[in-house]
Design a protein around this ligand. Structure first.
Ligand code: MOS
Length: 736
């Protein structure tokens, strides 16, 4: 199905199943421990041996010698695989560093060996016996120091160009009566998902099966084929349940490659590998740190006349930008604009996508800048943003947003939060020993359209089965796909089974960039519409027959849906693909985030008191799962604001706090009250579902809202995340 004109009325608009806050259909299986995750596939891969991955102890240099003998002869050990013994292992398309290092080492904890043994303990114990002699070389580990040598990377296509310019930024900024020129920093972040990267691998001849934890099955299947020089049809991936990814599992990582190598070394017997928690952070990817300079010029009325955003980030040689200036092209009006992003070469572990790559750190900076600018102008920060709303792409005024209810997000949020009770003078609101602050920020994240396929079956019993390689990374995909099929085919949701994550199924959009929900449901919708055609043909009904209550109706004729399949299961497969509606219209999602904090006047410790997000993101397919996405994202925003920072050892080049004891993320006690409001919106340009994504929108802007609330509480402006108490303690107003 090609989607190239705005959606008219269609079966989804009935909203009998779609749009309802239904419980997750996979909930009982997960909460009873019955859902098989990648490391626990005894059902399909019994008798698995255990692989333990060894990471490099240096960040850069060479392995001079690697002696494996003592490990090989340790109890229970079946094999030790290193670059020397692995055979050809190529670099995949989607990773910058090789997933098996040696003799060249590209980053700390790059995998250099997998020890395979009968038990996990034997593998771990033998791994300590590897004797590695390294020849380290000096590396660059400090973004600030490397900033001036950063380069302008080449863009693959113009939309991802590192620079943009419109009007005359320099002149307009110079001429503006009110200006801001500030620099903000965000640190390296870790995905820190619950389930570690894990894979169980099996070879049968030259056929490789990986039960793995992965967000993007089709990409990863291709990359595994490339890595081992296999025909794609000889590679199978199965990832039905994923315990969180946040971008860290978009691509194949060392667990998959090392499990495959381990299994090959022992004749194809299953080998399972979970990256041990202390290895994960330096072995896999992270969100790169940024340095961001923002300049805003405005008239005294508050109208922005010049807006400029520069960002610097670092990655391994050949790596990629953190696109932190991207949203500044689109969020606010202003006739003169510039953005520029530069990439420094660092020898830290590989930087890559983490939830809302670009916008998440970008808004951490931009939305403090907007707060500072509002204060300088003497304006309310909500009003300042409203004055600078735009309904068109500011760099292409002929190109409107498909839908943009940003102002309504802000107004609704202000009203529901009680924003009018805020005292704009910092340090003026108190509650006992606490300094109270209100803060707000905008949320913005693009809506991305991706081709997505699915297959649906109708059995003689009237059961519908949906099959697609789409993944559910904890987001609720199983449920919204079942809702889509139930709505389109006119059956109750309990008649629908959903099978996901298997590379034998049609290729879906996958889970990434908050594009999963809108695109994968549209793919299922397309397949269900094709199934309807087949049913109609079978029954000899007219094309406009209605599918309702498990029946097909046309005029006075009516038959059960199941009756169409009495001769055998009917199977239909289709995909959604898109025309140019995302070129003719800018498709984005919007939020207003509001936060109240209390800062202890004696200790400087910040506590979140309450949070509110108002989101405009097209049709909300399931308000319960969508809300869970947003409150999870808001929680992640608290981490970004107050806690999360990968601390770099700048001499040796690694992240020091590489476990969950040292890398702090919020716990329940940090999150007392969260509220989410979805504006009632449909976007007919986004897809037949008229939906968009919310999973990343919920994070975008949250940290800045907290930063702004802390400033309102304390009068101390901290521009370096995370806002830990040491950064403002010496400057707090005196306790009363
Ligand atoms: Mo997202 S960072 O594209 O999983």
């Amino acid at each position: 199905m090609k989607f190239d004109t705005p959606a008219g009325r269609n079966p989804i608009d009935q909203l009998k199943v779609v749009g309802r806050p239904l419980d997750r259909i996979d909930g009982p299986l997960k909460t009873t421990g019955g859902a098989p995750y990648a490391y626990e596939r005894r059902d399909v891969a019994p008798n698995a041996a255990y692989g333990y991955v060894v990471g490099s102890a240096i960040a850069k240099g060479r392995i001079r010698s690697l002696r494996t003998e003592p490990a090989r002869s340790a109890p229970g050990v079946l094999a030790v695989v290193t670059a020397e013994t692995a055979g050809p292992v190529s670099k995949g398309q989607y990773n910058t560093a090789k997933l098996l290092g040696g003799p060249e080492i590209q980053h700390y904890h790059q995998a250099i060996a997998v020890v395979v043994a009968e038990t996990f303990e034997q593998a771990r114990s033998a791994a300590q016996l590897l004797q590695v002699d390294y020849a380290p070389t000096a590396g660059a580990f400090d973004l600030e120091a490397a900033k001036d040598s950063a380069i302008k990377p080449e863009a693959e296509d113009p939309s991802s160009a590192p620079d943009s310019a419109y009007g005359d930024f320099d002149e307009a900024f110079k001429a503006a009566p009110v200006t801001l020129d500030q620099t903000y920093t965000t640190p390296d972040h870790s995905h820190a998902m619950m389930e570690p990267h894990a894979t169980t691998a099996v070879w049968a001849g030259d056929k490789l099966t990986l039960w793995t934890s992965n967000q993007m099955i089709a990409w990863s299947k291709g990359d595994i084929a490339k890595t081992f020089g296999l025909k794609p049809e000889n590679v199978r991936l199965d990832s039905p349940y994923v315990g969180g990814g946040f971008g860290g599992k978009l691509f194949v990582r060392a667990d998959a490659v090392m499990a495959a190598l381990g299994s090959k070394a022992i004749g194809g017997r299953p080998v399972k590998v979970a990256l041990q928690r202390p290895l994960m952070i330096n072995n896999t990817t992270h969100r790169p740190a940024t340095i961001q300079r923002i300049r805003i010029g405005a008239e005294r009325s508050g109208r922005i006349t010049a807006i400029g955003h520069q960002s610097w980030s670092g990655d391994l040689d050949g790596g990629q930008l953190e696109t932190a200036a991207a949203q500044t092209k689109l969020l606010y009006a202003g006739a003169n604009r510039m953005t520029a992003m530069r990439l420094a070469t660092l020898d830290l572990p590989e930087g890559n996508a983490m939830r809302a790559p670009g916008e998440a750190p970008g808004l951490m900076a931009l939305e403090i800048a907007m707060d500072e600018m509002a204060e300088t102008l003497g304006m309310d920060p909500v009003e300042f943003r409203i004055v600078n709303d735009t309904q068109v792409d500011p760099q292409d005024p002929e190109r409107p947003f498909s839908s943009r209810r940003f102002v309504e997000c802000l107004r609704t949020g202000a009203e529901r939060f009680g924003w009018s009770r805020r005292n704009a003078t910092p340090g003026a609101m108190r509650d006992g020993d606490h300094l109270i602050g209100f803060g707000m920020a905008a949320g913005f994240r693009n809506n991305l359209l991706m081709k997505s396929a699915a297959r649906v079956r109708l059995s003689a019993e009237g059961r519908i089965t949906v099959e697609t390689d789409m993944t559910d990374i904890g987001t609720g995909t199983y449920t919204i796909l079942a809702q889509t099929a139930a709505e389109t085919l006119g059956v109750p949701i309990d008649k629908v089974s959903v099978r996901l994550g298997n590379s034998d199924f049609p290729a879906a959009a996958g889970s990434g960039g908050q594009w999963g929900a809108n695109n994968s449901t549209s793919g299922v919708y397309a397949a269900c519409m094709k199934l309807r055609e087949k049913v109609i043909e079978k029954l000899g009904y007219p094309a406009d027959a209605a599918f309702q209550d498990g029946r097909v109706r046309a005029g006075r004729r009516s038959a059960t849906l199941a009756s169409a399949a009495t001769d055998g299961t009917i199977v239909a497969e289709d995909f959604i693909e898109y025309g140019d509606l995302d070129k003719r219209y800018q498709q984005s999602t919007f939020a207003g985030h509001f936060v109240e904090v209390a800062v202890d006047a004696y200790t400087g410790e910040t506590r979140i008191r309450r949070m509110l997000a108002v989101c405009a993101a097209g049709r909300i397919l399931n308000p319960k799962t969508a809300r869970s996405q947003v409150i999870g994202a808001m929680t992640m925003g608290v981490g970004a604001a107050l806690m999360e920072e990968l601390a770099i050892d700048k001499r040796r080049g690694f992240f020091v706090n590489h476990d969950l004891a040292g890398y702090e993320v919020p716990v329940h006690a940090d999150i007392p009250h969260q509220e989410v409001i979805f504006l009632d919106e449909v976007d007919d340009k986004s897809s037949p579902m008229k939906a968009k994504g919310v999973g990343e929108l919920g994070l975008c802007g949250v940290a800045a809202a907290i930063a702004n609330a802390i400033y309102n509480a304390t009068g101390v402006r901290v521009r370096e995340y995370p806002i830990t108490l040491d950064k403002h303690l010496q400057h707090l107003p005196a306790p009363i």
